[in-house]
Design a protein around this ligand. Structure first.
Ligand SMILES: [Zn+2]
Length: 92
């Protein structure tokens, strides 16, 4: 059995970020900007590491979403502000 260390915050952010992005008009949603937003938000969030079996469904994610939702949204919004003011994508 392969055990993996995962940061649950990353899963929670992946679940919540699309909704936050949907609510933001006029911001770039290219993959470069979205990845930058994720990185900044994750750096500012307290990580929540768990050991899980590879391929296992993260049954606890939904519970943790409830617990950390407000923090994750706050950091996602802040990261969106930072990235939209200074995007790193190449403008063609
Ligand atoms: Zn972009």
């Amino acid at each position: 059995m392969i055990q993996l260390v995962r940061n649950y915050m990353e899963d929670i952010l992946d679940l919540i970020l699309p909704n936050v992005l949907n609510d933001c008009n006029g911001i770039c949603k290219c993959s470069q900007c979205v990845e930058d937003i994720k990185a900044i938000a994750l750096n500012n969030l307290q990580p929540h590491y768990v050991v899980t079996e590879k391929g296992m469904v993260y049954t606890k994610v939904n519970e943790l979403v409830v617990q950390f939702r407000a923090d994750v949204i706050k950091e996602a919004v802040r990261a969106i502000d930072i990235v939209s003011m200074n995007p790193r994508h190449v403008i063609e």
